[in-house]
Design a protein around this ligand. Structure first.
Ligand code: DNO
Ligand code: MN
Length: 357
């Protein structure tokens, strides 16, 4: 398991690389060019800038999260070919600087969805929260306005230029079914996977978060059966998964440890975090510790250990603790604790199995 930490870039993340470097066992940053709109080709100078910054701190840039997919590709519009061309050129450039894994998602309109970014917990910390009823009764534009009021950051997937066209986008998705989305995903993969393979970059789709439809939009990367279907769309090792335990864990029926065992050779990137999911569909993001949520993080790490996982991993969202002011879900402190919890489990498994002294 190769540990990494997501970093939003100089000037866009309050956490300096010096601090990331101090977390034991973290060897690389998971990065992106957050100011390049989805669908555009990434400029080489900007890619090289990030590489230089990471190099200076002895961190690798092997994993990119995400190269976002333009909505026209998900919608299957004729203009998709041009955006796919740009995607391909970006893959080729990323290969030149040694990138090994690209994480992306195929969620219409939004990336992750929550109803509260700073929900107060009993211990005084705050965390990302999803309230099912609230979501059912709120208009997406109203939700975006309420939650972005409380955040000084742009969240991935909620960029102002996209949100400005929200009503338009919803209109375009009106008649798009889940089957349409499968077809559009297949079209995209058939063009992109051969290029990724040629460039030795593994593609890892991120599951939908939460793993069910929100605001009536279709969502397909949601459970084991659909992940199986996804892997068959282009049955090639380069077409793989970013297995996110927290996203999938928002459905109590998803057994992520079992998915790790089943999809072992197709998991290129592991997102490991816990959530506490309630029967009514609400969920709150908790510490990584197994006892704190409903995701069996211990069993998941054990499954990765059993399959001899040599891919990349990162702690995913954390709580906001110790008064840290940070990007929602992406503070330093709780994610740092998360890394140490994951190593704690991993290292003790190695000891028990006499793999190390
Ligand atoms: C949530 C996060 C996601 C992820 C994107 C990848 O679990 O990991 O927001 O970054 O969906 O495209
Ligand atoms: Mn994730």
């Amino acid at each position: 398991m190769r540990m990494t930490m997501r970093w939003f870039g100089e000037g866009n993340d309050r956490i300096p690389l010096e601090h990331i470097k101090q977390i034991p066992g973290v060897e690389g940053v998971v990065w992106s060019l957050h100011d390049v709109p989805a669908g555009e080709e990434w400029p080489m100078e900007k890619i090289l800038e990030v590489k230089e910054q990471a190099d200076r701190h002895g961190l690798n840039i092997d994993v990119v999260e995400s190269v976002n997919v333009h909505e026209d590709i998900k919608l299957g519009l004729p203009s998709r070919d041009e955006y796919i061309e740009n995607y391909i050129k970006t893959i080729e450039k990323l290969a030149k600087v040694g990138v090994k894994v690209i994480c992306y998602n195929f969620m219409p309109v939004f990336d992750w969805t929550r109803t509260d970014l700073f929900k107060e917990m009993e211990d005084g910390s705050t965390a990302l929260f999803f309230e099912n009823d609230k979501l059912k009764n709120i208009d997406p534009i109203e939700l975006v306005n309420t939650i972005s009021k409380n955040s000084t950051y742009t969240m991935p997937g909620w960029e102002p230029e996209r949100l400005a066209h929200l009503a338009d986008l919803f209109e375009k998705y009106k008649n798009v079914t889940e089957e349409d989305l499968w077809e559009n995903l297949q079209y995209f993969l058939e063009k992109v996977i051969p290029v990724a393979k040629k460039n030795d970059i593994k593609m890892g789709i991120h599951p939908d978060d939460p793993p069910f439809s929100v605001f009536g939009l279709p969502r397909i990367i949601t459970n084991k059966q659909n992940l199986e279907r996804f892997l068959k769309l282009v049955d090639d090792p380069y077409n793989g998964l970013t297995l996110c335990s927290g996203s999938l864990g928002a459905n109590l029926k998803n057994d992520v440890a079992e998915m790790v065992r089943s999809f072992s050779d197709r998991i290129h990137f592991a997102h490991i975090r816990n959530v506490k999911t309630y029967e009514n569909g609400d969920f709150i993001e908790t510490s990584h510790r197994t006892q704190d949520g409903t995701v069996d993080v211990y069993e998941i790490v054990k499954a990765y250990h059993e399959i001899g996982f040599t891919g990349y991993a990162r702690p995913d969202h954390g709580r906001h603790i110790w008064g840290e002011e940070c990007r929602p879900g992406y503070g330093l402190y709780d994610r740092g604790l998360g890394v140490m919890y994951l190593w704690g489990i991993w290292d003790s498994l190695q000891r028990v199995n006499k793999e190390v002294k």
